[in-house]
Design a protein around this ligand. Structure first.
Ligand code: MOS
Length: 756
């Protein structure tokens, strides 16, 4: 192999580095208006009246939409509980209640200021634990009337509950030598993509909608818009212009429906582009969680049973939350061999913004709880945390929490490698300590289809419905295609993410792009190769068997000079319509035991990847400040199609993970988020990022292209757990709540001193 496995430059690199790449935010159309959203200033209120008279008087205002203009159908994922604008009741601060379109952003802003909305303020339910009380008021009074997936388990404010039950937990707990109970909490954190959500909507005719946007999932958005506007999905075209960071925050409909509603009324294209202030108020940040764990062990350090109860703050609308409870259960079991399990995760409505998917959704929260507790138990048993993990981790032939059989498990290798790289357990000075953690994650399945077309110049167009999210995964898919065709990767032009022009794809989510699109590309390339060899065989008067494709030429093996360039092949084929091949891939289902899951939508981790991270930190005993000195991240990636891009993903994921470990939090006061922009919000600064050492292991997936597994999400999962464990090693204090801020560490240190 000459191309896969090499760190070729990413196809979108040059245009991004030189500022020429087009992002959703850049999109303009002739005659376009500027849309702006009026938002609720209260977390919970009844809308009494919306008066548009003054707003419509603002010069340049063309359209105003209010709850009266909202299509009546509720939309959503597993529960259809959302409307485009709030109807009758607002359920979170920042919820859209009206929108205007005007000839300038300034006029739109002024019109929003002049909208008169009269509210009757209602008490807000902001704590999920309070919302769980049997007599708690309902966030959605009509929850029982909403359309929902029949397999979803929900009651009152619980919009989704998934569980895993295996063996006999009660008996195992009773018979165990020791039982440990601990509770962990985590704060909500924001994806902090640098490009806010933006869309331009245009009705080409009254029944044909075109939307240019920065969504991660154009085909899902196409369906959602068709549902909202009650039209056939073929009449909705979604074009992804370019995505300036998504991290899961751009999976669901964002502003596209509001832009479309305004454009329909204005009969002109309308752009809605959010500001960062709006992104912190009304997006899909990571769930705050509360996790209770009860783990039963034998004296020799073998875990025999585990109970877990996780509560997700879903916010006011369910969105991704009900489905993510399933993911949480697999993570709470952890990458361990535990015969008896009772794990429940539930998503609870509150009067807050709609929390949702963020890179490895549920991952950092669950790993923080599970891997902190692993350390706590090891120390209580007097075992080395590495040794305790090695006694319990999943290995080849083991069965996962829901019965899936695992093979080629790279977990022990990852743990040993991480420990060796950090010099476990030798710390380098006073107030210093080391932490480690391990975990697992899925490579999401779902269908991908592509086509590959030979151009007359001998280059190839790869058409995929999957967008380049910024990870470089589409470059990986192009490398797989180019390898098969003996082409330089730079000779592949990617056409992506246009529902009218590219084949269906499950989308840029779940660490699946290089895996799924790569596999589809592999198949399309094999078919295109067959077509190329057939045309060339005739011209070269040779059997296709005797031909090879290399360096842009088809050559007769062993006969120097008998060859045709791909451009010549393309010209020969042009008279008969040219060469186009399609390839499709659907990840095969992962067998599991259906008897052990309830209300589950993600019963097994497909092509799972395993990882181990380790760090050394220094804790300032006066201030509680945590400084990360070194960070090692070992990842089983199956096969590294493009090692440079993968190392970049690992470094980026670890940085984001350190942010939520140490600094980031969207805190709420009476339902009002206390963060308004990136100045308030403590994303990691480059000066606080330690040297991060990525290590790639290759335990191939049976189905990935060349054995590749997903790599985009996993790097963000472990940092919070690693830092919590390292802080304990360095300072002797155990922080069970994220983020591990300096004041929290200092307070814990002072409490320890008082006790001493
Ligand atoms: Mo992801 S959170 O599937 O973009």
């Amino acid at each position: 192999m000459t191309l896969v496995g090499r760190s070729v430059p990413r196809l979108d690199g040059r245009s991004k580095a030189t500022g020429r790449y087009l992002f959703g935010m850049d999109m303009v159309l002739p005659g376009m208006l500027w849309g702006r959203i009026a938002r609720s200033p209260y977390p919970h209120a009844r809308i009494r009246r919306v008066d548009t008279h003054q707003a419509l008087r603002v010069p340049g205002v063309v359209a105003v939409v209010t709850p009266r203009d909202v299509p009546p159908r509720r939309f959503g994922g597993l529960v259809k509980d959302e409307t485009v604008l709030a109807v009758d009741v607002v359920r979170y601060m920042g919820q859209p209640v009206a929108a205007v379109a005007a000839t300038s952003p300034e006029a739109a802003m002024e019109a929003v200021d002049r909208l008169e909305v009269e509210y009757e303020v209602l008490p807000a339910l902001t704590d999920p634990m309070v919302a769980l009380a049997p007599d708690a008021p309902l966030v959605h009074e009509a929850w029982e009337d909403y359309t929902a997936h029949p397999a979803l388990i929900r009651t009152r404010n619980i919009c989704g509950e998934a569980s895993i039950t295996r063996g006999d937990v009660e008996r195992a707990v009773n018979e165990a030598d020791a039982v440990f109970e601990d509770t962990f909490t985590t704060a909500s954190v924001h994806q902090a993509y640098l490009e806010p959500r933006a869309a331009v909507a245009m009705w080409e005719t009254p029944d044909h909608l075109v939307v240019y946007t920065n969504t991660q999932l154009p085909f899902e958005l196409q369906q959602t818009l068709a549902e909202i506007f009650d039209m056939p999905s073929g009449r909705v075209r979604v074009v992804v212009v370019g995505i300036g960071g998504g991290f899961g925050g751009k999976l669901r409909v964002g502003v596209e429906h509001i832009a479309a509603l305004l454009a329909r009324q204005a009969r002109r294209p309308v752009k809605v582009a959010l500001g960062m202030d709006e992104e912190f108020l009304a997006a899909h940040p990571r769930h705050a969680m509360r996790i209770f764990l009860r783990t039963a062990v034998r004296r020799d350090g073998i875990i025999v049973a585990k109970e877990a109860l996780a509560t997700l703050d879903a916010g006011a609308y369910s969105g991704s939350s009900p489905g993510l409870t399933s993911v949480a259960t697999l993570l709470l079991a952890g990458p361990y061999r535990i015969p008896h399990l009772q794990i429940v995760a539930r998503a609870v409505y509150t009067h807050k913004q709609n929390f949702g998917s963020f890179r490895a959704p549920m991952g950092p929260q669950c790993a923080f709880a599970v891997e902190s507790q692993m350390d706590m138990i090891a120390r209580r048993l007097g075992l080395d945390p590495l040794e305790f993990r090695l006694r319990n981790i999943l290995r080849d032939g083991d069965v996962g929490p829901t019965g899936q059989v695992l093979n080629r498990v790279g977990l022990e290798a990852a743990l040993r490698r991480a420990a060796a790289a950090i010099n476990w357990p030798q710390v380098s000075g006073r107030h210093r300590g080391m932490g480690l953690a391990c975990g697992w994650w899925t490579t999401t399945g779902g269908p991908s289809a592509v086509y590959a077309a030979l151009q007359v110049d001998g280059s190839v167009v790869l058409a995929t419905g999957c967008a380049e999210l910024g990870t470089g995964a589409v470059t990986g898919a192009a490398q797989v295609l180019a390898e098969e065709l003996g082409l330089d990767a730079a000779r592949v032009t990617v056409l992506s993410a246009d529902t009218a022009a590219t084949p269906f794809d499950h989308g840029a989510q779940g660490s699946r792009t290089a895996f799924s699109v790569g596999n589809a590309a592999l198949r399309a390339a094999a078919e295109l190769r067959r077509q190329i060899l057939q045309v060339a065989a005739q011209a070269l008067e040779a059997h296709p068997r005797d031909l090879e494709l290399r360096d842009g030429f088809v050559a007769v093996v062993g006969v120097p000079g008998r060859r045709l360039s791909l451009a010549e092949v393309a010209r020969l084929a042009a008279s008969s319509g040219g060469l186009v091949a399609t390839g499709t891939f659907v990840a095969p289902p992962t067998p599991y035991d259906p008897a052990c899951v309830r209300g589950h939508f993600y019963p097994a981790f497909h092509s799972p990847s395993f990882h181990a991270h380790a760090a050394e930190v220094e804790v300032d005993p006066e201030t509680g400040q945590v400084r990360v000195l070194r960070y090692v991240a070992v990842h089983d990636v199956g096969f590294a199609i493009n090692p440079g891009l993968i190392e970049g993903q690992i470094q980026g994921g670890v940085v984001q993970g350190l942010g939520q470990a140490l600094w980031e939090a969207i805190l709420y006061q009476d339902g009002q988020p206390a963060v308004h922009n990136l100045t308030d919000y403590a994303v990691p600064r480059i000066t606080s990022v330690p040297p991060i050492e990525p290590v790639l292991l290759e335990f191939p997936s049976e189905v990935g292209p060349h054995g590749a597994k997903g790599v985009g999400e996993p790097p963000i999962i472990l940092p919070a757990a690693v830092i919590a464990n390292a802080v304990h090693a360095a300072a002797g204090v155990r922080i069970t709540s994220l983020p591990i801020t300096a004041p929290a560490v200092r307070a814990a240190l002072q409490a320890t001193e008082r006790r001493a």
